[in-house]
Design a binder for this molecule. Structure first.
Ligand SMILES: NC(=O)C1=CN([C@@H]2O[C@H](COP(=O)(O)OP(=O)(O)OC[C@H]3O[C@@H](n4cnc5c(N)ncnc54)[C@H](O)[C@@H]3O)[C@@H](O)[C@H]2O)C=CC1
Ligand code: BAL
Length: 505
């Protein structure tokens, strides 16, 4: 069932929103200790949205202290799993009750199209939250096969205080990817949303409190990367940091960890993902739709965007004809208008970066099959460049915009070689009617997720993360995500007759 309203209804909601502006620490909205704020604006219109607390190290220290206090006294970490589950499911219900408000807030803050905010971000938030909540009272610990003279229990304990540093491209979704498993496992959190997109994280924290999440368990500290992200990464009392964002910033978190308390670090980073279409692919119209979705969905502001189309020469002409037709269906414009599939780029700086790749493509003399221009404001046309070599800058850099580079290959083997010729390894898609080739390709491609005859990222049941410089230390989603917010402990109990208190009369 679609939950989408009309443009007029969304505009009315936008006009009546009360936007959160303060950090959320120890169960309360609070200004930054310095009293400073930063301006947050609507990327589609440039209009001022809110002045948000510009937090810094002392706010991070306060939030971590409160998260630690909450963790250590067990108000959440030691609750019966069933009680944690109930609070998180209540949060999901509150999200659904406030869905239109949250969807509009997300769209205004990020430039994302409202239909995606409604049908993807909100629905997935709820689904993922419920899945992890439901998991925690159904999983069991283990015992090891150590013989009859001992019992050896292998138990999982929540890891402690988790710092999460989030990107701006999927504010709600990245929040729940981190927050659902960490909270379900019993951790306390200090979360730093991207400065461009703080609003929905703050509102979720408020709803979580309404759902019964004890104070101090979920803290949202707003502000810049250097001011908030860095002190969180360097903090001596944070047990783990989970990060999604650029590879360059991810690298910093490894250094922060090494320079502080060797906290666990999980990184979900960039991608330059291949979409391989082999000569024997069938249902070309569907393949073309998927190629476009891979390249253009979320304005290409997506770590798993299929930004390299690696096509075998024999099918190229037929495929590109359909790809061009489908690319033109991706309407760009006002994110609040449900007619539009693409909204605005996140900010002027990022818009200029993506636009510079349009210039580079023109200068390089590639064939522009579709688009190639910016539109008034911070909009970029879905663009397809043909004739790109895999060694060219467009095929190597993560552009994070709706630009597809077409690379032609002559064989299956060449397709795989080109697909793997990248520093990244997040995701890949392969289109072929030959099952054996599909499986061999999926095995050969060095990427965390390989989809066959479709584009996608899996779902909450499947781990998401990268090989090579696309990821480090763990995965989002699935039971593996749950596990990474826990420590493994062995408890060995000696039952032998010589054990201290073990003799049986
Ligand atoms: N993998 C992904 O999902 C994402 C990839 N990117 C890529 O990164 C490029 C640059 O975008 P940015 O927003 O600058 O990404 P970024 O990786 O710098 O930002 C992500 C998060 O890290 C924080 N951060 C920034 N500098 C930090 C520092 N020194 N210490 C600690 N935290 C810090 C930011 O405030 C934000 O919360 C994009 O063009 C895109 O290619 C950006 C966002 C998400
Ligand atoms: N596509 C979900 C993860 C990301 O873009 O960062």
């Amino acid at each position: 069932m679609s939950n989408v309203l009309t443009l007029q209804e969304y505009q009315a909601i936008a006009g009546s929103l009360t936007l959160p502006t303060m950090a959320f620490i120890d169960g309360k909205f609070r200004p930054a200790a310095s009293g400073k704020t930063f301006a947050s604006s609507n990327p589609a219109t440039g209009e001022h949205l809110a002045d948000i607390a510009a937090c810094a190290k002392e706010d991070v220290d306060f939030a971590v202290a409160k998260a630690r206090e909450a963790f250590d006294d067990g108000r959440w970490s030691k609750l019966h799993p069933n009680e944690r589950k109930e609070v998180l499911i209540k949060l999901s219900k509150l999200v659904l009750r406030n869905r239109h408000e949250l969807a509009v807030m997300e769209s205004l803050d990020s430039g994302k199209p409202i239909t995606d905010c409604e049908n993807l971000d909100i629905d997935e938030f709820v689904h993922i939250m419920n899945w992890h909540a439901e998991l925690v009272d159904k999983i069991y610990d283990q015992t090891a096969p150590v013989g009859s003279d001992a019992i050896s229990m292998i138990v999982r304990e929540p890891i402690g205080v988790v710092g999460a540093v989030l990107p701006w491209n999927f504010p709600l979704l990245m929040l729940v990817w981190k927050m659902a498993p960490a909270l379900a496992a019993g951790c306390s959190m200090v979360i730093k949303p991207a400065a461009q997109t703080s609003l929905t994280a703050l509102r979720i924290a408020e709803l979580a409190s309404e759902a019964g999440l004890p104070r101090g368990v979920l803290n949202i500290v707003t502000g810049g990367g250097a001011e908030v992200g860095e002190p969180l990464g360097l903090h001596m009392d944070v047990d783990m940091v989970t990060f999604t964002g650029s590879t360059a910033t991810g690298r910093r978190f490894l250094r922060y960890s090494a320079d502080s308390n060797m906290k666990k670090v999980v990184l979900e980073l960039g991608g330059k993902n291949p979409c391989i279409v082999l000569d024997d692919a069938e249902n070309i119209d569907y393949v073309a739709q998927q190629v476009c979705a891979a390249a253009f969905w979320n304005m290409g502001e997506n770590c798993s965007a299929g930004s390299r189309l690696i096509v075998q020469a024999g099918i190229k002409e037929k495929l590109l004809e359909r790809v061009k037709a489908h690319a033109r269906e991706w309407k760009v414009g006002n994110p609040l208008d449900p007619q539009n599939a693409l909204g605005a780029m996140i900010d002027k700086g990022h818009f200029s970066k993506v636009a510079s790749f349009l210039d580079k493509g023109r200068l390089a003399g590639y064939d522009i099959l579709v688009g190639g221009d910016t539109l008034e404001g911070t909009y970029i046309q879905p663009t397809i460049f043909d004739g790109v070599a895999n060694t060219d800058e467009l095929a190597r850099e993560e552009i994070f915009g709706p630009i597809l580079s077409v690379i032609t290959v002559n064989s299956y083997e060449e397709a795989l070689q080109v697909a793997n010729d990248t520093e990244y390894g997040l995701a890949a898609s392969v289109f072929t009617a030959n099952g054996k080739k599909a499986i061999r390709a999926a095995q050969a491609i060095k990427a965390g997720t390989v989809t066959v005859n479709c584009f996608g990222e899996g779902d909450v049941t499947t781990p998401f993360g990268g090989y090579k410089q696309s990821g480090f230390g763990g995965r989002d989603n699935s039971i593996h995500a749950h596990d990474q917010y826990t420590e493994l402990k062995t408890i060995w109990i000696d039952l032998s007759d010589s054990a201290v208190d073990g003799a049986i009369d």
